[in-house]
Design a binder for this molecule. Structure first.
Ligand code: ZN
Length: 224
């Protein structure tokens, strides 16, 4: 056990038990219970069906799926709101490794995180989608591009809104600078959670303005 762990013992974010030697981020028991979606090897999976109702899509993958009341929700919450970046990177690595073995994503040219509004990015200290995208970039061996897709409008947190107000909140909130940089490319758009698909649609519509571009999506979680 490390020196810091004596003062700040690490607990499993899912079940709350103390992590023991050999365990990192999530206890082995919860890890073996991980509600994997297997979307990376499942075409026409629920995430793809949801997004295709809105925009054109090549493929979509999420690491885990959960319902709103699930204890797995706290894992994403701790990553996002309690700045547990290493937990986010750990889960992203599992997703990246699975995606690297999937034929659906081998043609990806560029990885683009869903941007936060600069004020929100400043308040949180990081963009959770960028953290995930950095790990996927390393695992898939594909470059990451930030600052081209930008969020121009601020909206308050989405978690408390219903479906229609979420939709209004993100519509037209994003814009693509230098769309010629995306011409003919297969873009992997990355976000933390896929719920209604409104954010993915708003970003995707901008990306798809570039000539001959194809779009795929990756998120850590898919909310049933
Ligand atoms: Zn646990």
């Amino acid at each position: 056990m490390g020196f810091l762990n004596l003062f700040f013992p690490q607990v499993c974010p899912v079940c709350g038990v103390l992590l023991v030697g050999g365990e990192s981020h999530i206890c082995l028991r919860c890890l073996s219970d991980l509600p994997l979606s297997y979307f990376w090897s499942w075409r026409d999976n629920p995430a793809e069906v949801l997004i295709r109702e809105r925009i054109e899509l090549v493929a979509a993958a999420s690491l885990i799926f959960y319902r709103r009341e699930s204890r797995w929700r706290s894992v994403i919450h701790k990553f996002k709101y309690s700045s547990q970046l290493s937990l986010g990177r750990y889960l992203s690595k599992i997703l990246g490794r699975r995606m690297a073995e999937s034929l659906a994503f081998c043609g990806v040219d560029l990885i683009v995180p869903v941007p936060l509004h600069p004020i929100k990015r400043w308040m949180r200290g990081f963009n959770q989608a960028s953290v995930i995208a950095e790990v996927l970039s390393a695992e898939l061996g594909k470059p990451l591009v930030e600052g081209v897709l930008v969020r121009s409008r601020y909206s308050s947190t989405q978690t408390t809104k219903d479906k229609s107000s979420r939709q209004r909140g993100v519509k037209g909130a994003f814009s693509l600078r230098e769309p010629h940089r995306f011409t003919g490319m297969h873009i992997l758009l990355v976000d933390d959670v896929l719920t209604t698909g409104a954010t993915i649609e708003a970003c995707g519509l901008e990306i798809l303005k570039a000539d001959g571009v194809r779009l795929s999506v990756a998120t850590l979680a898919f909310v049933e």
